[in-house]
Design a protein around this ligand. Structure first.
Ligand code: ATP
Ligand code: MG
Length: 247
């Protein structure tokens, strides 16, 4: 709060989260600055997806404070959360596209929600522009089932960015992709930062991808931060868990 710098878009203070008796996040402190790409590393079950779900307020902290755009999430009603969520884009683990509607309807989903009377020409132009950005225009009328894994991820990113969010949260955007396709996704994440100054959090356990997009990295282990710093610091870390992870 008081010590929030103006360029702090997300602040996590002494944040804990439990499922039943299981402590999933344990007294976490972390802040994310405008325009940075923070990578969250960590093994399976470390609490990475849970942290993203807390940031978009799908779940609420058990203890501690989470501030997004200078607003304390715990103090907002479901209705007050809506405008805040509309400033964020979320690329889900696995893509989570709707299989029964076209690529265009998937990508433009938020356009219709925000403006049910949007004209067809405006809809098409806006969707085409964003498809062009991810180099997927020829798939406008396709269905998700017709796409490869990497194409689905690019569509998921297009869908998350169509409302011009200030923050994008990516949950394992390159999992299951080959290194060449992963590189394309990483380039897209970097372009969004460089050209649009978007603040991103990228969850991954693929070190190569982490290094390609990160401006800063943290590592979670059993709900606690065991590392915070730059790529070089990570490789030099003396922490035994970090060493295991990077070798
Ligand atoms: N809905 C839920 N109910 C109960 N426990 C849950 C639930 N979701 C997650 N957990 C537990 O919380 C812990 C953290 O899960 P989370 O999904 O945040 O891990 P993760 O770091 O994203 O792992 P992965 O790399 O496998 O995606 C795990 O032990 C998991 O079993
Ligand atoms: Mg996860």
């Amino acid at each position: 709060m008081e010590n929030n710098k103006p360029d702090n878009v997300i602040t996590v203070e002494d944040l804990s989260f439990t499922y039943g008796n299981e402590m999933v996040l344990d007294s976490l402190n972390l802040s994310v600055n405008k325009g940075e790409t923070l990578v969250i590393l960590g093994g399976s079950g470390a609490g990475k997806s849970t942290l993203l779900r807390l940031i978009i307020a799908l779940i609420r902290p058990t203890r501690g404070r989470l501030t997004v755009f200078d607003k304390d999430i715990n103090l907002l009603s479901e209705r007050q959360l809506r405008p805040m969520r509309s400033r964020m884009g979320f690329v889900f683990q696995g893509g989570a596209l709707f299989d029964s509607i076209t690529v265009a309807e998937n990508v433009g989903y938020a356009l219709r929600i925000n403006n049910p009377r949007i004209s067809e020409s405006e809809f098409k132009k806006t969707v085409m522009d964003i498809l062009d950005y991810v180099e997927m225009t020829e798939f406008y009328s396709s269905y998700p089932a017709d796409l490869s894994g990497g194409q689905r991820k690019r569509i998921a990113i297009a869908r998350a960015t169509i409302t011009h969010p200030e923050i994008i949260l990516y949950d394992e955007p390159t999992s299951g992709l080959d290194p060449i396709v992963s590189k394309r996704i990483n380039q897209l994440i970097n372009r969004l930062r460089i050209e649009q100054n978007i603040t991103s959090i990228v969850v991954t356990h693929i070190l190569q991808d982490a290094f390609e997009v990160a401006t800063r990295l943290v590592m979670l282990k059993n709900g606690r931060l065991v590392f915070e710093g730059q790529s070089d610091d990570l490789l030099l870390s003396k922490d035994p868990y970090v060493q295991q992870f990077v070798r």
